[in-house]
Design a protein around this ligand. Sequence first.
Ligand code: SER
Length: 610
Amino acid sequence: MFAVRTIVPMTINDLRKKYLDFFSSRNHTVITGKSLIPENDPTVLFTTAGMHPLVPFILGETHPAGNRLTGFQKCIRTQAIDEVGDSSHLTFFEMLGNWSLGDYFKEEAIKMSFEFLTSPQWLGIDVEKLSVTVFAGDDLVLADTTSAEIWESLGIPGERIHFLGRKDNWWGPAGETGPCGPDTEMFIDTGMDPCGTDCKPGCGCGKYMEIWNDVFLEYIKQADGSFVPMERKCVDTGMGIDRTAAILQGKTTVYDTEAFRPLIGIVEELTGKKYGIDEEIDKSIRIICDHVKTAAFILGDEQGAKPSNLGQGYILRRLIRRAIRHARKLGVEEKFLLKPAEMVIEINREIYPELARKKKLILSELELEEGRFLKTLQKGVLEFEKLLPNLLKGAKRIVPGRIAFKLYDTYGFPIEITEELASEHGLSVDRQGFDKAFQKHQELSKKGAEKGFKGGLADNSEMTTRLHTSTHLLHKALHIVLGDHVQQKGSNITTERLRFDFDHPEKMAPEEIAQVENLVNEQIQKDLPVSMEIISLEEAKQKGAFAFFGDRYEEKVKVYSIGEFSKEVCGGPHVKRTGELGEFKIVKEQSSSAGVRRIRAVLKDPEETQ
Ligand code: SER
């Protein structure tokens, strides 16, 4: 058990409320979380942090709710999927955060973090249990001694302030340009024995649980790798709600709170295995719980995705199939996903009502995918087992790429599942060989798989800004040409093209496409001014502004107007005048799903078109 003093056993809901109350009492506006699937950010598949939807505002856009914000955000990170099932890693998690957009900086941020964690009025965590890390500095950026001094002034002794390097205490884009800076992370001593003489926060053995991260965005990383100080420095913090609640409840893992215990109970019932006796069984049970939860949240998201072999759909498929495989390890032969998924919806529906709204879809998609995989899973495992004696004889103990590809192609085994199966028998997989076979197959079937499983911050280049403004023009033009039933279903922008999904029951006729293109180009030729105002959502609707994704808006919103032509609720950024856009061209119009059409369009450079 964690030897942390708690004032009252706090539920996850209590913790969320306390956090928002605390920061509201410090003049922060509560903002609503956004979709799990980032809009207009092709660099990552999922929202990975509370700050993610705030990137345009960190880069200088005005936020309608002001410069001191707080809120909670659903996030998915799959990079650490192999660690899921230990005491603290989850693929889906909720992050609490507070943000300063050019308002307070290190001193106020750290003082507020300290007060919230330790004051008996708030979390009341014993100061003795708290350790922190700060950035140690390197050849490019100086050590963050300011943060260390602030912690010390608050009563954290030097021996519990650890200076760590870039890997641990730096936050920002990896290998890209954008805002970044040092962070200071807060750890709770769980009371476990140290793993060795050098055991300290950041070592990952489980003794020190990281619960909160204050990031000080004070540099912009340049294309040449240098760091230029930001004029308007920002603070971005993130607290993992599951970890902190586990600590406050005196639990040993994030799976022991009310967010997971009922789910574990269901999995125990379905598998007939008891939780808490055998480490290996526990790990499989936790993996099943984690993956079913994440899958339900992806399917139930406002922007949702369905299982497929691309992008978010591939991650979803991988999670579902991995959960099924672990259930089989525990002896489950039949379909089983519905009950735990229903429990996920039950536990989370109050805070995430979209899950209840999309319950039917979540359950039916899970069932379909389960059916698809079960059909071939057994055959695939048998095939693998048939090959096993030979593979084990080989000196290199490697599963050749072509076999891994066959398992993928014929039996629907995501490569990661084959790797896991192989490692259970002490084998590794020739990943390069697999990639080669995969690529050949892709070229043959002329389908490009989307990359981008990891990534940095949103891209705010000039081109994406221009495409963003064009998206508003396109949207309005579609309304004029096709009718008012056109509703935005999704938007995605890369530096090359825009993609726009909308409700429309049938294929667009070539004349309709031409009309839409012409309408957009007319507005571009008129060189209309683009203006922005911050008003209430009600007022925005009265003025006829387009607004989407129903309940995901704050009270005050930003409305972008393009001349008299278009009015839309949007975070920005946008160009100043439509003349900057160049020539608009629709390159593809196709079906996206039932009743939803998808348009891809590009802009030719203004210089090119003159
Ligand atoms: N963005 C930082 C993180 O992900 C703080 O929220 O840890």
